[in-house]
Design a protein around this ligand. Structure first.
Ligand code: ISL
Length: 555
């Protein structure tokens, strides 16, 4: 509708800079590499780029451990490169949001270097220090990357808290100085012209009063405790008042550990906190930690319906099928065998871009890039894998083969392999040795060949974005699942005033005849993913859906 916020109508593309495009041959992507591909992204239809952390970092967690919040990571380039990249985006009418990683910093950040020196250092209270208990850690909190969330520091004999790796100490948000440092950093980047932030594990910034032990039933999923600190909403409202409300921004919080019921507390516009959050319920539908579980289409639909409800009248959602922490979407929810890969990737694209919520597309998904054919543990780079290998396999709790068979499907490294630009060596990502192996299927799956081919996954994404841009009902319209229990077909309508659209997606390798509900009459086909064999007759009572067919109809 007229006057709607720009970020509701935008399509966001996530760039994981390390793996995007290397222009200096060091095997690591860089900011100049992003600038060089802006025309590619513009042609695709991208409005906003979310850049995963580009700050100075020792890379214990690929930049999610920041040493200096105002400096560009040397491997990625310089501040001049950043300014040029941003100016080139603006020239093309694109915006940039950056990653705000402020639940923790790197242990090499100057604040922590000072903090650990002594108990009376002026920076001591920038982090969370406690005495040990009974000769061990202060409590039983586990770290997501293995072992305890506490590390004993020799200088003072106290422990510091780290929800993630040891090299990622948690900041103490109770300290107003810390909050002001964060707000200053945000202003620094906003004043440069960035348009907002993706906020890393933002619900975790407020710690539980007293930091008592987790009960046994919470130990496997500590995120539900970590995300429920008593002051998280105070902090976000303060951040909004002090910073966000003074700029024209968009914000999206990574809501790890936030339930459907709690989501509106973050995103209800009247509360003045965040614009949107990332729910984990789709990407982690079939997961228990590193374990892969089975999933069914009705479960997926139920998650979508619930997410849509949490948006409500006053909130707004995101729509995404992967990111740098999850497997490739076609390998996860589609069918990545050679025969079905392209068509199922297009079907998923149709689903993602016709949800009510701002779509976040992850680099390479527009090509239908797949999971990597990992073999042994030595093929992985991720800090999380190293911690889990230690905790589960080396401890003897889980046989190596069992862990590896799940990890092949769940590893974060699946999405982190370099972009496949062309059939040139290393997929055209680098002229050097890539930091993480390129998927050998780059000779078949790459941007150069798909840009040339009007029937490619790339062009389907491009057409979908165009249709979405021109169809307010597909952005703002009410979402209704017509057949939640159907195990093969996802059928839903999007309705705005007198405009009504129907989306039908066949999630199987078979032809499925889908009977349309009484009173529902197809008027025209808006966009098909190339699977449909013949146009539906206006007014037909049923549609014969080809394998992985996904079609948007006007009603
Ligand atoms: O990906 C996960 C497990 O496989 C999650 O537990 C993930 O760590 C969690 O979603 C938080 O993710 C974010 O913060 C982490 C960083 O490693 C991730 O890359 C980031 O997206 C710590 O900063």
């Amino acid at each position: 509708p007229p006057g709607a916020a720009w970020w509701k109508e935008a399509v966001v593309y996530q760039v994981y800079p390390r793996s995007f495009n290397d222009t200096n041959g060091d095997g690591i992507g860089d900011l100049n590499g992003i600038t060089a591909k802006l025309d590619y992204l513009k042609t695709l239809g991208v409005d906003v780029i979310w850049l995963s952390p580009h700050f100075d970092s020792p890379n214990a967690d690929n930049g999610y451990d920041i040493r200096d919040y105002r400096k560009v990571m040397a491997e990625f380039g310089s501040m001049d490169d950043f300014d040029r990249m941003l100016a080139e985006m603006k020239k093309r009418g694109m915006r940039l949001i950056i990653d705000l990683v402020v639940n923790h910093s790197s242990d090499e950040h100057q604040w922590f270097v000072e903090s650990r020196k002594s108990k009376d250092n002026p920076y001591r209270d920038y982090y969370i220090w406690r005495d040990g208990k009974d000769g061990g850690a202060p409590n039983n909190y586990p770290s997501f990357f293995g072992g305890s969330a506490w590390e004993k520091d020799e200088a003072t004999g106290q422990y510091y808290l780290h929800y993630f790796a040891r090299k990622q100490p948690d900041l103490n948000w109770e300290n107003p100085k810390v909050r002001n440092e964060v707000y200053d950093t945000m202003r620094f980047w906003l004043d440069k012209g960035v348009s907002g932030f993706r906020m890393d594990v933002i619900p975790f910034i407020s710690k539980q009063n007293g930091l008592s032990d987790l009960p046994a039933d919470k130990l496997a999923h500590p995120e539900f405790v970590y995300a429920n600190g008593p002051r998280v909403h105070d902090y976000l409202q303060e951040m909004n008042r002090e910073v966000l409300s003074r700029y024209d921004t968009m914000t999206v919080g990574e809501a790890f550990g936030v339930t459907f019921e709690q989501a509106p507390l973050f995103t209800d516009a009247r509360r003045k906190e965040l614009n949107m959050i990332f729910h984990f319920d789709i990407v982690r539908l079939d997961r228990d930690g590193w374990r892969k579980k089975d999933w069914t289409l009705p479960q997926l639909k139920a998650a979508y319906a619930q997410i849509d409800r949490t948006g409500g009248t006053h909130g707004w959602n995101t729509s995404f099928l992967t990111n740098h922490d999850n497997p490739r979407s076609v390998s996860h929810f589609g069918d990545d065998s050679p025969e079905w890969r392209a068509v199922s990737a297009k079907a998923l694209a149709t689903m993602m871009l016709t949800q009510r919520g701002t779509p976040f597309l992850y680099q390479g998904d527009e090509l239908g890039m797949t999971n990597y054919p990992f073999r042994g543990i030595e093929d992985y780079n991720d800090v999380e894998v190293k911690g889990q290998w230690h905790d589960f396999v080396e401890s003897g709790k889980v046989p190596a083969e069992e862990y590896l068979s799940h990890l092949r499907q769940t590893s974060r490294d699946n999405a982190r392999t370099p972009m496949q630009w062309s059939a040139a060596p290393n997929g055209g990502f680098t002229s050097g040795k890539p930091w993480l192996a390129v998927n050998p299927n780059y000779t078949r799956i790459n941007a150069a060949s798909q840009v040339e081919d009007a029937g490619s996954v790339y062009h389907h994404y491009r057409r979908l974005m165009e249709v979405r841009r021109q169809t307010p009902a597909l952005i703002h319209g009410e979402f209704r699942d017509l057949d939640p229990a159907n195990p093969k077909v996802f059928a839903y309508t999007r309705t705005l005033d007198d405009k009504r659209y129907l989306v039908l997606i066949n999630f199987t390798r078979e032809t499925v005849v889908y009977g349309l509900p009484e009173g529902l009459k197809i008027a025209a086909t808006v966009l098909d993913n190339g699977a449909a064999q013949q146009p539906v007759q206006p007014g037909a009572a049923s549609v014969s859906l080809q394998p992985w067919q996904a079609t948007i109809y006007e009603l």
